[in-house]
Design a protein around this ligand. Structure first.
Ligand code: GTP
Ligand code: MG
Ligand code: ZN
Length: 311
């Protein structure tokens, strides 16, 4: 029988079967062996085949269909390992907050870069509008304009006060959406607000660190009454891992794509190479200061962290 993974804890999985049944299933041994690089061989959103194997009628996943796309993060537990957050998604909603906790443009850029690489359209949702002061509003204006000017859609909502949620619902209707962002930005609160009776656990922000406390620990997919489904994910601290070459990074910076065709060297990474059209675009003001400096930081990090840089 075919189905979709709606919950993965690492040791067992919940599968929504074609007939609507929710089954608990284990993974056939062979997949665990194949999954050397990823800490989780199967992710929420994966399309699978299940069968009953033994006398006690328990379900086993014996086939995984090829993925349309997926989104990776570095595993919080195993350094250097990748974890697939979710697979086969139509779009991502990146939830960000200007304070409590603060989301940096560096984090946003790393997310967008990963999403572009895997062809996942992303909408940036600025949450907690109800608690923004003047300074926060200014900061939000500045940040949101950066992304709007290069073509990303932005929304401004309050999940707690249920403000502007119709726009979120309209986006989600009939699609599979991934909800991502730092711990404490209000991902689960937002989902509870758009889908009554979901009752996902939410948590107060730590008074000491000002950060969320990783209330959601596993990705989970939920159906939406108005059509579509949504995947709540655990808070992401950072995106350390990318499985592409250094010179590819700028290809996923959407505003660099045009310019980089005119760089003198086709493996230009836009640092100090002669005849670099991206650097020129930055100097002319058509690439933002913030985005370009994040880009250089990402390159630096990449070069420091990855041995295959020289190969
Ligand atoms: N003032 C205000 N608080 C909000 C809003 N949205 C969420 N919160 C609060 O922020 C805190 C964290 O919300 P969660 O929904 O648990 O955050 P999360 O992103 O799911 O966090 P993790 O599961 O840890 O990744 C809770 O105390 C929420 O009540 C909002 O729009 N305004
Ligand atoms: Mg949560
Ligand atoms: Zn260049």
């Amino acid at each position: 029988m075919k189905g979709v993974i709606i919950k993965s804890t690492g040791s067992w999985y919940e599968v929504k079967a074609e007939n609507g049944d929710i089954l608990k299933a284990r993974l056939k041994g062979i997949f665990r062996l194949e999954a050397s690089k990823d800490t989780n061989p199967i992710a929420v959103g994966d399309r699978v085949s299940v069968s009953t194997e033994d006398a006690d009628n328990s379900w086993v996943i014996d086939e995984i269909e090829a993925r349309d796309n997926y989104i990776l993060r570095s595993s919080p537990k195993h350094k250097g390992a990748r974890q697939i957050l979710a697979a086969n998604i139509d779009q991502a909603l990146l939830i960000v907050t200007m304070g409590n906790p603060r989301t940096s443009t560096g984090f946003i850029d790393r997310f967008l870069l990963t999403a572009e690489a895997y062809h996942i359209p992303t909408v940036i949702v600025f949450n907690k509008q109800d608690m923004l002061d003047e300074k926060g509003k200014k900061k939000q204006d500045y940040v949101s304009k950066i992304y709007e000017s290069i073509g990303y859609k932005t929304l401004f909502v309050s999940a707690l006060k249920k403000e502007h949620l119709d726009e979120v619902k309209a986006l989600m209707k009939d699609k599979t959406s991934l909800i991502a962002g730092h711990s404490g930005v209000g991902k689960s609160t937002l989902m509870n607000a758009v889908q009554p009776h979901l009752d996902l656990r939410t948590e107060n922000i730590s008074r000491i660190t000002g950060k969320g406390m990783h209330t959601t620990t596993f990705a989970e997919m939920h159906p939406l009454d108005f059509g579509g489904s949504v995947i709540d994910t655990p808070g992401i601290r950072e995106f350390g891992i990318m499985d592409f070459k250094p010179e590819e990074i700028s290809h996923y910076y959407i505003e660099m794509r045009e310019a980089l065709k005119n760089c003198k060297f086709n493996n230009c990474i836009h640092e100090n190479e002669p005849g670099c059209a991206v650097k020129k675009a930055y100097e002319d003001g058509s690439i933002s200061e913030e985005r370009f400096s994040n880009y250089l930081n990402i390159m630096l990090e990449y070069k420091n962290n990855y041995k295959h840089w020289e190969q």
